[in-house]
Design a protein around this ligand. Structure first.
Ligand SMILES: Nc1nc2[nH]cnc2c(=O)[nH]1
Length: 195
């Protein structure tokens, strides 16, 4: 699978499958993080999901999607699947993705974006407090998985694909900025421990 086809599909899944669920979740007080699982062979969608911390603070976008994946009647083997995270996974979520047997994940926003653009610094704070890691300090390529930035993949694509991807990336960023404003305006009203 070439990176241009993969980038195009990952952006489409964020636009069409994750964002509608996230906008609904955010209207109920949840954070803006979402995820999806796709088949490696044809990039078809297995499941998309979103954060549901108002029900359970462990239902981060990634873990909540994995929970729903394992509730499917016949979930495919994870070695045959791709994991898409709208935001670089926190330590809990990257461990969950690892324990589920995925050898990859792809993310749109970085940990630094979660801190700086979404006012959610906890992912980086936990990495620093628990493991002494600075931003970018964990091994994105390791014995279990390879983690890749979708934005880096888009920027490395040849023209005219690159410009088309950058336009879509801008559109996605704008939608998330609005969703983040909604989340931040109401976060004091929920019982989420690390809001
Ligand atoms: N990646 C990610 N980070 C989080 N930090 C708090 N909640 C979440 C979540 O659902 N996903």
């Amino acid at each position: 699978m070439d990176d241009k086809t993969l980038t195009d599909r990952l952006l489409a899944v964020i636009e069409d499958d994750i964002l509608p669920k996230t906008l609904k979740g955010v209207s109920g007080g949840n954070k803006v993080f979402g995820a999806a699982i796709l088949r490696k062979d044809d990039l078809s969608l297995v499941i998309a999901g979103t954060n549901d911390e108002t029900s359970n603070p462990l239902w981060h976008g990634e873990v909540h999607t994995l929970k729903q994946f394992y509730e499917l009647p016949d979930p495919p083997a994870t070695r045959d699947l791709l994991f898409l995270s709208t935001h670089e996974p926190c330590t809990m979520c990257m461990s969950a993705i690892t324990w589920a047997g995925f050898d990859n994940y792809f993310y749109f926003f970085s940990h630094e974006d979660s801190r700086d653009s979404f006012a959610i610094p906890h992912d980086l704070k936990i990495m620093k407090e628990l493991y002494g890691l600075e931003p970018g300090g964990y091994r994105r390529k390791n014995a279990f998985f390879t983690a890749r930035s979708i934005i880096d993949m888009a920027e490395a694509c040849p023209e005219p694909a690159r410009t088309g991807f950058i336009d879509r990336i801008d559109g996605i960023r704008k939608t998330y900025a609005l969703a983040s404003d909604t989340y931040q305006a109401h976060k004091g009203e929920t019982k989420i421990p690390l809001g």
